[in-house]
Design a binder for this molecule. Structure first.
Ligand SMILES: Nc1nc2c(ncn2[C@@H]2O[C@H](COP(=O)(O)OP(=O)(O)OP(=O)(O)O)[C@@H](O)[C@H]2O)c(=O)[nH]1
Ligand SMILES: [Mg+2]
Length: 201
């Protein structure tokens, strides 16, 4: 059994949000509150410490009361750079990541991924969604990993690779399928933001 106190939460808000016109996605309003606020609300009871990973507007993110960490490389090299920054500061045995732009994220994310991790003695467990047409989609940034993967990720990134699925392939890895795909709905464009606000208001 893994308890929430053994898990550090990491909210990934370090992207460029190019499809949103380059504005800082975590700070845009979703139903009247910045997107990051919804992520914090849903993650809070699932973990002990929380870190926010951001590369811009650090002071604004810090106003939510959690430490803000930046990627080590300033080149927006993708979510694995955020994972690496999180693993570096993580003082608990497990790290749970979630993006800042999925305001409906599952409130049982940590519990389900942790149950699978223990069941199979995995190093990393990520979420997948079952779409309306029955297809299964990987949701790799919703991910529980052992903190002792820090060296593995460092070595992987030093090779110049940035692809999340290629790192996962090096590990004892599993996934948990969530039947309600809506919980992973994420906001990449202004149109998606509007649609999701209407659907969840
Ligand atoms: N730390 C960090 N996180 C990133 C980086 N790029 C993307 N992410 C995060 O990974 C998650 C999924 O990425 P996207 O939804 O593609 O977000 P994005 O890259 O900001 O948006 P686009 O530029 O439109 O692709 C989001 O939570 C991003 O904040 C990065 O370079 N560093
Ligand atoms: Mg992206």
């Amino acid at each position: 059994m893994i308890s929430p106190e053994q898990i550090t939460g990491l909210i990934l808000a370090g992207g460029r949000a190019q499809r949103m016109g380059g504005i800082d996605k975590g700070l845009i309003p979703f139903n009247g509150k910045p997107l990051i606020a919804s992520a914090i609300t849903r993650l809070k009871s699932q973990v002990g410490p929380i870190f926010i990973n951001a590369n811009r507007n650090v002071t604004k993110y810090a106003s939510y009361g959690f430490p803000v960490i930046m990627d080590e490389t300033p080149d927006f090299s993708g979510p694995l750079a955020g994972f690496a920054a999180g693993l570096k500061v993580c003082n608990t045995p497990y790290l749970l990541t979630t993006p800042c732009d999925s305001p409906l994220l599952p409130t049982d994310l940590g519990l389900k991924l942790a149950t699978e991790m223990i069941r199979g003695d995995f190093q990393l467990v990520y979420a997948s969604s079952k779409e309306a047409d029955g297809k299964i989609w990987a949701q790799p940034v919703f991910c529980l990993m052992r903190t002792d993967l820090q060296e593995s990720l460092k070595t992987f990134l030093q090779k110049g690779d940035l692809k999340i699925d290629r790192w996962f392939k090096e590990l004892r890895c599993s996934t948990v399928v969530f039947d309600d795909a809506q919980v992973f709905a994420n906001v990449n464009t202004p149109e998606e933001l509007k649609r999701l606000e209407e659907a969840s208001a």
